[in-house]
Structures are given as structure tokens and as C-alpha cells.
Design a protein around this ligand. Sequence first.
Ligand SMILES: [Zn+2]
Length: 441
Amino acid sequence: MSKWKILLQYIKTKRRTFRSRTDLLAYQNRKIKSHLEYIQQNSPFYADLLKPYQKEINEHRWDELPIIDKTIMMEHFDTFNTVNIRANEAFKVAMEAEETRNFSPKIRDVSIGLSSGTSGNRGIFLISDQERAIWSGTILAKLLPSSIFRKHTIAFFLRANNNLYEAAGEGRISFHFFDLLDSLESHQKRLNDLKPSIVVGPPSMLRMIADWQKQNEVEITPQKIISVAEVLEEIDQRYIEKVFQQKLHNVYQCTEGFLAATCSHGTIHFNEDLVCIHKQYVDKEKGMFMPVITDFTRTSQPIIRYQLNDLLVEKKTACSCGSPFMAVERIDGRSDDLFYGIHTESGEKLPIFPDFLRRAVMTAHEQITEYKMVQSHLDKIIILIKGKDDQTEMEQEVKKHIWRLYDTLHLHRPQLIFQMYDETPSHIKRKRIESRLQEKP
Ligand SMILES: [Zn+2]
């Protein structure tokens, strides 16, 4: 990973300003045009798909190009990517990393990631070292509270370490990875020792840290707190902001890209200097839409007119920060709950982050296409799965994976009740990990 490439991207991002929306769109048009040329030459899938659309491409009519999604991408994976990586080879490498918790899976200079399951079926994501440098430089430019040449101590709470995030730790910036699987006491101790200037994590974790701060179990004075990976609920936002006496920042980021971040005024803006966004309206009057994204910096695995399942609400009024980037009022996707389990020794009730549960189901069996989990009691979980394979076999595998997760966390194994998956005729994301505990610990 080249430090210089990251720095160069940082400077580019900082310097690039757009006088107006027209200015921005002209920039996007230039970028997308040359990006599509490259992709058509290097991805057999896109060469075929875009062949009948040369007129639209020449006239910059991007919103008339065909839309794809994760299912289509995974079906054509081998001809889709431009770095000659086969789906089965990539899956093998990614699954091995999940099993061994050695998160540095790579094929040549391309990092392999298992997608975080915001849609039911699983996917593979590729990112080259070059793309990683661009990603790191941009994220630092947009999120550091002061210059990159200052000292920054970043505490990053994540489900798993991987190449993508380690890349950003350069120079005077030190990156400290907190594995969400580690014990809460170790998190508290490390936070107190580290005194991070920036804390990044899922809102459920940030809320817990705010609790600790309030109860004097930790004493930290971060300059900036950033919520990632899960939907930030207003109730959590208000609480965290109150405890730390500062604005909580929000990043909309997934395996498909670094999509949006809050500005100094607290509004979420799309990173339209990297990604072009089209809106698929679900309810135009309410301004609800699903984004179709075109990332013109991603070449190994092109993200062109790619539909996400997240539900967003547009902002009707302009943001007073003056940014020409599209603003959103709210992101409604990915709103899963925390589950709780009972520690085998201490008897304490401990949280299980939704991402772990998602992973456990997703990695259990390759034929699972949809699922839902409901925690009805502390010791009882209802699981609904749908897939092309033998139901009993899929259930056996899911059971094995869930129990392994509980064992790893030293929690009593819950009773698992399998039921038929009921189909609801909606492509809008619904809650997959749902808690119906009467009394939340
Ligand atoms: Zn703004």
C-alpha cells in the first residue's frame, strides 16, 4: 500500500471543489464516460450488456442504462470482474478467512470480502490495492476533524479486521482496531488507555460506550464520533450526542462503496465526486427511494447502475453548508436489533451484534437466499430460512453455525425453532434480525 497514493488522493479530494451542481454534473459526465470505455474493454459482461447503448453513453444519458443488482452480479461474476478472478476461487479464500478469523484474504493484489448481507443472499466483493488507496485517501479527507499532518488516534470498532480498514493507518494517524467479539471489559480498558481522538463504530456499540462514559467506566474526550455499518436511530443519536456534547457523524458505507457522509451541518450528503446516484422511487410523494449507484473509481469489480436495497428519504430543502452534493434526510435500511445471551459463567446478559448473526446464517449454507431471525425469549430464537436446497440440511448447518457463535461468545446455547419462511411480496428491506424480548436488558 503506497502512502503517497493515499496522500495524493487526500489532497485531490480536499482541493476538488465544485462551484455549482452543473459543474459537478459536468465532472461526473467526463469521469463516467471514460470509466465506461475502460470497463467495456475489460469486462466481457459489460461489453455485452452495454453494446446496444452506445447512443445513450455518447449523450451522457446514464439513467437509461440497464440496472443490475447483486443477484445478476453474482450470476455473472467470472465475466463481470476485470481482474480475472473466478467466483469459486474467491469464495474459497473468503470463507477460509471467516473460519480462521485471519482477515487478510487476497488473490494477487486484490482483497476479497464477503458482502455484509444487507440483502439476503451472499456476495463477493473485490478491491485492488489501488482502489484501496483511493478509498483511504478520500475517507481521510472527508472525515478527519483536522489536517492529515496532525496526530490522530482512531478507535475503530468492527466485526472483523480486514485489509480494507488497515490500509488507512499511515503516518501520524494511528489506527486501533477493536474486534466486536472481544469482551466489553477489554474494550473499556483499551479505550481508557488509548484516549482516542476519533471513535468509529456501529451505533449500538457507540451507545454502549456513551453509557460507560456516563457511568464513569470510561473517560474519553474524542474530537469526533462516527457511526457506521448500521442504521443510526434518532433515539441513539440524541443519547450519544448528549453524553459526549457533540454532533454525531454518520457514514453510509458498505461493500459497494463509500457512499455518503455527514457534513459540518449534520446533513448526510452523497459523495458525488466518487459515485453517481440515481433514484428509484418507492414513494415519490414522501421522497422515498432506493439508490442506483455508479462508482466511477471502482474498476476491478465495476459498480455501474447497481441497485441497493436500502431505503432512503430525500431532503427537500437545501443544506445550509452550501455543498452541491445530493442531501438525504434519512437512511432506513439495515435496521436490525441486538440479541442477548446469558454468559455461561457469570450469568450476565450480554449483547450479540446483528452482524454476527447475519454472518452465521450467511456462511452456513450457500443455498440460503432469505432468512429471518426473531429472539422471542432470552433462550429461544425462531429462525426462518428459504433456499433452493433440502430444508433439513440447511437448518442443520444454520444450527451448527449459530451454536458455534454462542460458544465463541461463551453464551448458553439457545433453543432454535425453525419455521417455514413466509414470503411477503415486497422487495423493500425488512428487519431480518428482530428482537421481541419483552424486557430489553
Ligand atoms: Zn451540508
